[in-house]
Write a protein that binds this ligand. Structure first.
Ligand SMILES: Cc1cc2nc3c(=O)[nH]c(=O)nc-3n(C[C@H](O)[C@H](O)[C@H](O)COP(=O)(O)OP(=O)(O)OC[C@H]3O[C@@H](n4cnc5c(N)ncnc54)[C@H](O)[C@@H]3O)c2cc1C
Length: 374
């Protein structure tokens, strides 16, 4: 039996980031994944654009922009080879959207500038509207980034099928650890975590070979990357209600391609590879980072919580989650990994905005799943 301080289940960007910061704080960490490092989950599919969020200053926008600063600096300082700071241009969808951009300006926290029609044209971008250029944004090579983050951390290909907690240790196959971190994306079959409301949104994207000169990435309805080593990434589709992994046929890319053709010259684009996978989002679109509530215990011992009574939340011992990164895993991942490591090692309070506790009592009161308890 090999002993660790922490076992992280899932080697996507959430698991890799959590493991990195736990190891940095001196813990002996093992990462396991059933298929490989960023090999099959959302992190294998991601175009991995890392850019700020625009809008009118919502709480989610503020958090996303904090995470953007954190991840950008994290990648530049530690893994610059796999983060290309191409800049990302945000282009209004239509005239209506262009009007909103005026209001958004006040909430652009990351370094930005306004690009005129002529400046966009000079960059090879077809748009009639002034656009924001976030020059510090960029694109990761998702699998290589995850592999590099894990470079000095023990990793085993292993599928978690069952779990036992005994004498202060989580037992996972031949391994055991004091702390267990679930970073399994949209799947969770081990504990009742319905209150977190994790849902999958399926997505596809493609890598295209091209000689077109494109120095900067952009986003309108879809994202188009700069040309990096002869490849432009187009992404991504968003399909709700796909709950089993369907085959990546490349079919959904036809629409992406036609939208991209209204933005840049795609005449020599040749599809090289198709990627698809599931994003894992929470009920309120904020990440889920922290301890896991023992739902069964709470319902049995405090049945009145389903009618709105408050009760102290009982947590499952030494079990943590890092999930719900939605469509921005490469923006949120590093900061969420740091928040989790600060909690596990230094017992620092989890940022309320990402603590899954925020969802529990509301779920108890409102969820149709608990009708029989009411
Ligand atoms: C098409 C597409 C495009 C995207 N583009 C971007 C983008 O441009 N920018 C951005 O920031 N984000 C993007 N995303 C979102 C991003 O990919 C996700 O937010 C991110 O990958 C989530 O990472 P994760 O580590 O939480 O989950 P995942 O990457 O899904 O990792 C979960 C891992 O857990 C493993 N696992 C599950 N169950 C078990 C088990 N029982 N035992 C062992 N291992 C298990 C899986 O094999 C998997 O590797 C995109 C997603 C898609 C699908």
């Amino acid at each position: 039996m090999k002993k660790y301080d922490a076992i992280v289940v899932g080697a996507g960007i959430a698991g890799c980031s959590s493991a990195y910061f736990l190891k940095k704080k001196g813990l002996k960490v093992l990462v396991i994944d059933r298929s490989g490092v960023a090999a099959s989950g959302g992190s294998a599919a991601a175009g991995a654009f890392v850019s700020p969020k625009i809008g009118q200053g919502s709480e989610l926008q503020k958090l996303t922009n904090e995470a953007f600063e954190f991840s950008k600096n994290f990648y530049l300082q530690n893994f610059p080879k796999h983060f290309t700071q191409t800049g990302v241009i945000r282009i209004p969808k239509d005239a209506e959207d262009a009007k909103k951009f005026k209001e958004y300006e006040a909430y652009n926290e990351a370094k930005w500038e306004l690009l005129s029609y002529d400046e966009l044209d000079a960059l090879g971008i077809d748009s009639s509207y002034e656009s924001f250029l976030f020059s510090e944004a960029g694109v990761c090579d998702a699998p290589k980034m995850c592999e590099s983050i894990l470079e000095e951390i023990e990793y085993e290909q292993y599928e978690l099928k069952s779990l036992i907690y005994e004498d202060g240790c989580w037992f996972v196959g031949d391994y055991c650890a004091q702390n267990l971190i679930l970073a399994t994306g949209y799947e969770n079959n081990y504990f009742d975590m319905r209150y977190m409301g994790v849902k999958g949104t399926w997505g596809s994207r493609g890598d295209y070979e091209t000689k077109v000169e494109l120095d900067v990435s952009m986003h309108k309805q879809i994202s188009v990357s700069a040309n990096i080593d002869g490849i432009v990434k187009l992404g991504a589709t968003h399909e709700k209600d796909v709950d089993v992994c369907i085959k990546c046929t490349g079919e959904p890319l036809k629409k992406l391609f036609s939208v991209a053709s209204t933005m840049v010259d795609t005449s020599d684009f040749k599809l090289k590879e198709t990627f698809c996978g599931m994003r894992s989002g929470s009920k309120d679109y904020f990440p889920l980072v922290g301890e896991v509530i023992d739902t069964t215990y709470m319902l049995e011992n405090y049945p009145k919580i389903v009618k709105g009574a408050k009760a102290e939340l009982q947590k499952i011992e030494s079990l943590y989650i890092c999930n719900g990164l939605g469509g921005r895993g490469f923006v949120f991942g590093p900061m969420m990994g740091k928040i989790l490591a600060d909690k596990i090692v230094d017992n620092k309070e989890i940022d309320k905005r990402v603590n899954p506790d925020r969802l529990f009592l509301k779920w108890c009161r409102k969820s149709p799943d608990l009708e029989s308890y009411r």
